[in-house]
Design a protein around this ligand. Structure first.
Ligand code: ADP
Ligand code: MG
Length: 224
């Protein structure tokens, strides 16, 4: 599998992604095959344990594939004028329970004039969900996540400022590479997809971070 990774450096972006998918899906499949073999000779007591492991590996494959499906854009994305503060509030409401369970307080600092953006609402929501989840997951001991929304000239700027563990300098450039993750349950696809979606909206995404202090993810989108 190391060879696969080295070779993939010579491939195109699409080829690299395909190689990554193959690699990521082969690991859980190998585990599934192994446990199926074990099941054939095992006693009853072990069956439950093996089934749990197999269930986990299948969930992982499912998660990877459902995140990748977003890359297959449906023909003609439907861009419509939407109030960005409303979209953000919807997503925050959706993740509020997860935040509370992790001792994270979400603070909203939204500028008053209501910024309207031409967007594919479901895609933008997906970006915000990814980024807020990352922030919550980075705050193992809880903390504050401040979400700022400001209008600057012809753009709206959205910042997600967390008090999490931060990201080491040498890892910042790896963010957004497919399958780059530091989490045992991560897919490493969230930031890659987010970047792609924001670029489809003619926007930009930037990440700054300080170890032990926290991370700031900024998104700039053109106003409608
Ligand atoms: P995943 O969440 O599945 O790991 P992502 O693409 O969303 O994949 O994130 C990739 C990696 O970037 C994470 O595993 C983590 O190491 C790092 N990261 C992203 N957001 C943050 C954050 N707010 N604080 C600290 N690290 C982060
Ligand atoms: Mg993520």
């Amino acid at each position: 599998s190391e060879e696969l990774i080295i070779q993939s450096e010579k491939l195109s972006a699409v080829g690299q992604l395909a190689a990554g998918v193959a690699h990521e899906i082969r690991n859980p499949l190998t585990a599934l095959k192994g446990f199926l073999q074990l099941l054939q000779v095992e006693s009853r007591e072990n069956v439950k344990e093996y089934c749990d492991i197999m269930q986990n590996e299948l969930n992982r494959i499912e998660m990877i594939l459902s995140e990748l499906l977003v890359l297959a854009k449906p023909q003609g994305m439907n861009f419509e004028p939407r109030k960005i503060n409303v979209i953000l509030k919807d997503v925050i409401a959706l993740l509020e329970t997860q935040a509370i369970l992790n001792n994270v307080t979400i603070i909203q600092r939204f500028d008053m004039p209501v910024p309207v953006v031409l967007c594919e609402e479901s895609r933008l929501k997906q970006v915000f969900v990814n980024i807020i989840k990352n922030a919550i997951e980075a705050m193992q001991n809880g903390g504050e996540l401040e979400i700022r929304l400001e209008v600057r000239q012809d753009n709206v700027c959205i910042q997600f400022v967390d008090e999490g563990e931060g990201i080491p300098k040498e890892q910042i450039s790896k963010l957004g590479n497919p399958f780059y993750t530091t989490k045992s349950q991560g897919t490493g696809l969230g930031l890659m997809l987010s970047k792609r979606i924001i670029e489809d909206h003619n926007g930009q995404i930037h990440i700054t971070s300080e170890i032990g202090k926290g991370t700031c993810v900024s998104i700039v989108l053109p106003l409608a």
